[in-house]
Design a binder for this molecule. Structure first.
Ligand SMILES: CC(C)(COP(=O)(O)OP(=O)(O)OC[C@H]1O[C@@H](n2cnc3c(N)ncnc32)[C@H](O)[C@@H]1OP(=O)(O)O)[C@@H](O)C(=O)NCCC(=O)NCCS
Length: 360
């Protein structure tokens, strides 16, 4: 069998070689480069024997130190505790990689209750992956992910999904077999130069998620194929117990019920992010969006931002209000951990919002 034939066979069997129009010489060079890289990686792996372990009490000190060394900013301990220990969906789910007493790598996910056709399904949001700079290029990223994914599937989690950054997007697809679901732009309204809007009086600001939110969730949860659970317990944890970010909430009222709600958060000194919007009556969406624009103008912010998945009910309302697709563009992807009844890689089936990402 010629080298070319064996490379093409490898490509079909999906082990990482790409089918190309390259000549045999080029393919030989490519293969040699790959084997050298592989041999170097094997040598490094043999030279550093690291251990993969589930998080245990007290590891957080070293996790926060690695976060600071990796990203150059502090991850506040109360925020870590809130995300990992106080999550009503369970946890913590964190893989740690040790070289003796040194933390060489880390991969954390957050358990999420997902509504799939209205039924609760355990899934998880992929969060921070980091490998200490002294240990990169040794396969720690891949192995720590496979280790935690196997623990998660044993525990019944069906899907891992997330919003990888520019450093991890390609590695997630190529090394962890994630599917790209879509890339989502940020829809932005320029309130500084736009016409002032006033929200109608039936839109009211509220400070808690009461039983009306549960009634709304029970009415709407089966109307979307895949979206994260939004009952009052989850909303209270996500938005009111968050120790770092402050959110404002408004509802469109209708006698004793609410027809919809919107949640916003200021970003820097210029932007207001609509991190979530849900309604069971499309007519409630424009007034809720007008409330956000009014809030932005009242506190002298120049822009309002929102995400809108392909099937989102608010796409029409934001287009009419003058929002335009802009940067930043966020990658969205995932991988099934167990058989799952829907094609999660179809972006039309999702209803996601900024609040589904741990950045907002
Ligand atoms: C992302 C990260 C965890 C990967 O760890 P690692 O040990 O370098 O991972 P691996 O060596 O197993 O694999 C990385 C692969 O992705 C490639 N890669 C790395 N950065 C990339 C980028 N920006 N674009 C495309 N590919 C990239 C590498 O070339 C390597 O591929 P190769 O083995 O074919 O050469 C590590 O680089 C890191 O900690 N980065 C900083 C923190 C971060 O941004 N984390 C992601 C978001 S939470």
């Amino acid at each position: 069998m010629s080298l070319l034939t064996s490379l093409l066979d490898s490509a079909r069997s999906g082990d990482g070689y790409e089918i190309s129009d390259a000549s045999d010489d080029e393919l030989i060079a490519k293969s040699t480069e790959k084997s050298e890289r592989w041999a170097a990686r094997q040598m490094l792996e043999e030279s550093v024997a690291v251990e993969y372990k589930a998080y245990k009490d007290g590891d957080e000190r070293k996790i926060l130190d690695l976060f600071k060394a990796t990203f150059g900013v502090d991850l506040p301990l109360p925020f870590w505790r809130w995300r990992q220990l106080d999550n009503p969906a369970g946890g913590p789910w964190t893989e740690t990689v040790w070289d003796g007493e040194s933390l060489a790598g880390h991969y954390a996910v957050a358990a999420t209750k997902m509504s799939i056709n209205g039924e609760a399904v355990p899934t998880c949001l992929s969060m921070t992956t980091m490998v200490h700079s002294n240990y990169r290029g040794q396969g720690i990223f891949e192995k720590s992910a496979e280790s935690i994914y196997s623990r998660l599937s044993d525990a019944g989690f069906k899907l891992v999904y997330g919003f990888p950054n520019v450093n991890s997007h390609r590695p997630f697809i190529q090394k962890l077999a994630w599917d790209d679901i879509c890339d989502t732009p940020t829809f932005t309204l320029d309130v500084a130069s736009g016409k002032p809007v006033t929200a109608p009086s039936f839109v009211e600001e509220v400070v808690e998620f009461d039983a009306r939110f549960d009634a709304l969730w029970n009415r709407v949860k089966g109307t979307k194929t895949i979206w994260t659970w939004r009952d009052s317990e989850m909303l209270t944890w996500r938005f009111l117990k968050n120790p770092v970010n402050k959110y404002r909430i408004a509802v469109a009222t209708d006698n004793s019920e609410i027809r919809g709600y919107i949640i916003v958060k200021q970003y820097l000194s210029s932007d207001l992010d609509i991190v979530d919007i849900v309604a069971d009556d499309k007519n409630a969406l424009p007034p809720l969006i007008a409330w956000a624009a009014q809030v932005a103008r009242d506190i002298s912010l120049s822009k309002v931002n929102i995400w809108a998945s392909i099937g989102a009910d608010h796409r029409e309302s934001i287009a009419r209000a003058g929002f335009q697709a802009k940067a930043p563009v966020t990658h969205f992807g995932g991988r099934a951990l167990l058989p799952i009844d829907v094609d999660f890689s179809d972006p039309r089936l999702w209803h996601y919002s900024m609040s589904d990402s741990d950045l907002y």
